[in-house]
Design a protein around this ligand. Structure first.
Ligand code: AMP
Length: 249
């Protein structure tokens, strides 16, 4: 069974992003970029399925600029066998990514595609769902456990009231939640080995996909600055403020 893991290059989660002066977006010049954290979890899940003998081949796929090769090399260092980059300088929105991934899925014919539940830059939480809809495949989002059993995937999801277990007929789409696993530490020997693993480069044109945007960003703003806190003298003053100023009790 082949497993595809989708990986996006995003601003590292430790970076404090700044809005561009013209409010057209976030300034990503000269900031550290990394693999989207939920995608690391997706790759780790795919590699663990291979280690358990449930998967034979793990392919990491990224859509984006040439720099996404670096992100794919990280996926190869975690343990993916092969990388596929759909290279484009276009600003990709979830629907465009889902269409590109559908074209790669049609070429690669995986039994399972694992994506992150969300990309931490756009927080869209849409790509996996759109890919499932485009392919007409079953989907399980926000997975906290995945088990493969014959032609089925059993996926556990954390929902408000507890745990929900879904059984999906393969091929299927799964999106990874935080508690699915803890990705392994990437070692230097594995980084060196990853340099020699195959990485194919495709283009949206070759896949017959128009990666153009459907949505226009009107403006990006910094959140309002938080008002400074105050110290109250005693409980009575606190109650008074909660009642009369904050009006929460
Ligand atoms: P989003 O819908 O943008 O929140 O992204 C959800 C997931 O879709 C991510 O965690 C990735 O697994 C996948 N994804 C989004 N954008 C890309 C991309 N440009 N290349 C590869 N995978 C992506």
């Amino acid at each position: 069974m082949k497993v595809l893991a989708a990986v996006k290059r995003v601003v590292d989660y430790n970076v404090n992003v700044r809005v561009k002066a013209d409010q057209s977006g976030v300034d990503i010049g000269n900031v550290k970029m990394s693999m989207n954290p939920f995608d690391e979890i997706a790759v780790e899940a795919a590699v663990r399925l291979k280690e358990q003998g449930a998967a034979a081949d793990v392919v990491a796929v990224s859509c984006g600029t040439a720099s996404s090769q670096e992100t794919l090399r990280t996926a190869l260092a975690i343990g993916a066998d092969r990388g596929v980059l759909v290279q484009t300088d276009a600003a990709l929105q979830p629907l465009a990514v889902a269409k590109l991934l559908r074209a790669v899925v049609q070429q690669e014919q995986p039994a399972l595609v694992i994506l992150g539940k969300q990309a931490i830059d756009d927080d869209a939480c849409q790509t996996g769902q759109m890919l499932a809809a485009l392919l007409g495949w079953p989907q399980a989002t926000n997975a906290s456990a995945i088990a493969i059993d014959g032609g089925m995937a059993r996926v556990t999801r954390e929902v408000d009231g507890g745990l929900e277990v879904l059984e999906l007929a393969l091929p299927a789409i799964v999106t990874a939640d935080l508690r699915l696993n803890e990705p392994r530490y990437v070692t230097l020997p594995n980084i060196m080995k990853a340099k020699k693993k195959p990485l194919d480069i495709l283009t949206p044109e070759a896949l017959g996909v128009d990666p153009g945007s459907r949505l226009e960003t009107l403006r990006v703003e910094e959140p309002a600055a938080r008002a400074p806190g105050v110290k109250v003298a005693d409980v009575a003053a606190l109650i008074d403020k909660l009642k009369n100023e904050a009006k929460v009790i």
